[in-house]
Write a protein that binds this ligand. Structure first.
Ligand SMILES: Cc1ncc(COP(=O)(O)O)c(C=O)c1O
Length: 307
C-alpha cells in the first residue's frame, strides 16, 4: 500500500506531500550514510493521543548520527516538537513517525564533508507491521542464511540507513519461502535479532533475550518489555543463545516499535510450545498495549501527549 500524508516536515517547515522532494544526487541515496527512527503515536483509551517514548527515540537518532559522524543541525527538543507538529498537521490519531537525517547533494566522493545535513519527518497510518493475525496468533519465522552484521564491520548500535540492506536481504529471503519474518544469527552462530525486531524466549517461566552488548539494536520496545516484565516479578536473563534454544522454548516473541509485541508460533518449521501465544507472551503483550494505547498511567515519562 502506498504511503501518503498531507504534510511532511522538511528542514524546519511543513511542506505538502507532493513537494517533499530531494535531489537525485543526495549523498545518502547513493551510499547509505544517514540515521533514521521509527516511532509510534497512539490514540489512548481516554481519547487523547500520545507519542510513545519520543525522547528515547530522538536520543537514539542523535546517537546514530554521532556514530555515523553526522552533526544534526537541530536540538533534540526541536525534533521532538517537530514530530508532534507533524502528527498534528496531518490530523492523525494513531500513526507511525519516521524521522530521517540524511546528506544532501553537493560533493559525491565517499569522503564528502560539505554536503548539507538534512532532516525530514514523515508520519503515516501504519497497522501492526507483522499483521493483526500475527499479533493475535503468532507468526512463522525462519533463520536467515544472512548473518547479522559483525560488530567490527558495521555499527550495530546505530539505526544507520545503509545497514538495513542486511535486514532487507534476510527478510526477502524468508518471505520468498513463505515465512513472515527473518531471524538472524551473529557471526558465531548465536541468535542475534530479527530483521527489525529484538527476540525473547521463555523457558520454564524464565525469560531470556540477547544481551545489549551483542550484535543487536538497543530496542526501545525491548527496554519497555524488560521493564514491564521485571515489574511483574519475572526474572529476565540477557544472554546469548543458540537457534535450537528457540526450537525447545515454551514461548518466543519479537519486539519492535513497528511490530509491537508479536508472538512467534513457529521457527524453522518447529512448533514453539503449544503453537499458540503462551501465557507470559500474552501477559506482556497486554501490558504493552495497555501502556501504549490503553489506560496505564504508571509510566507517564514514556508518553508525550499531542494536544
Ligand atoms: C534491527 C532492529 N532491531 C530491533 C528493532 C526494535 O527497536 P525498537 O523497539 O526501538 O523499535 C528495530 C526497529 O527499530 C530494528 O530495526
Amino acid at each position: 500500500m502506498a504511503i501518503t500524508a498531507d504534510k511532511i516536515w522538511m528542514d524546519g517547515e511543513l511542506v505538502a506531500f507532493a513537494d517533499a522532494k530531494i535531489h537525485v544526487l543526495s549523498h545518502t541515496l547513493h551510499y547509505g550514510l544517514g540515521a533514521f527512527e521509527g516511532i509510534r503515536c497512539y490514540q489512548r483509551a481516554d481519547g487523547r493521543r500520545a507519542i510513545f517514548r519520543l525522547s528515547e527515540h530522538i536520543k537514539r537518532l542523535f546517537e546514530t548520527s554521532h556514530i555515523a559522524t553526522i552533526d544534526v543541525p537541530w536540538k533534540a527538543a526541536e525534533l521532538e516538537n517537530a514530530c508532534a507538529e507533524t502528527v498534528r498537521a496531518n490530523g492523525f490519531q494513531s500513526c507511525y513517525i519516521r524521522p530521517v537525517v540524511f546528506l544532501g547533494h553537493g560533493e559525491m566522493g565517499l569522503g564528502a564533508l560539505s554536503n548539507k545535513v538534512r532532516v525530514a519527518i514523515i508520519a503515516w497510518a501504519w497497522d501492526s507491521y507483522l499483521g493483526e493475525e500475527g499479533i493475535r496468533d503468532g507468526i512463522r519465522a525462519k533463520v536467515s542464511s544472512f548473518n547479522r552484521h559483525s560488530v567490527n564491520s558495521s555499527m550495530v548500535k546505530g539505526k544507520i540507513n545503509g545497514q538495513y540492506v542486511n535486514s532487507i536481504l534476510a527478510k526477502r529471503e524468508v518471505m520468498a519461502m513463505g515465512y513472515k519474518e527473518a531471524i538472524m544469527l551473529d557471526g558465531e552462530g548465536y541468535v542475534s535479532e530479527a530483521s527489525g525486531e529484538n527476540i525473547f524466549v521463555v523457558k520454564d517461566g524464565e525469560i531470556y533475550t540477547t544481551p545489549q552488548g551483542s550484535s543487536i539494536l538497543s530496542g526501545i520496545t525491548r527496554h519497555t518489555i524488560l521493564t514491564l516484565a521485571r515489574e511483574r516479578g519475572y526474572s529476565i536473563t540477557e544472554q546469548r543463545f543458540t537457534r535450537d534454544v528457540m526450537y525447545v522454548a515454551d514461548e518466543v516473541f519479537m519486539t519492535g516499535t513497528a511490530a509491537e509485541l508479536t508472538p512467534v508460533r513457529e521457527v524453522d518449521n518447529r512448533t514453539i510450545g503449544t503453537g499458540k501465544p503462551g501465557p507470559i507472551t500474552t501477559e506482556l503483550q497486554t501490558a504493552y498495549f495497555d501502556q501504549v494505547k490503553g489506560s496505564a498511567m504508571d509510566h507517564l515519562e514514556w508518553l508525550t501527549f499531542v494536544e
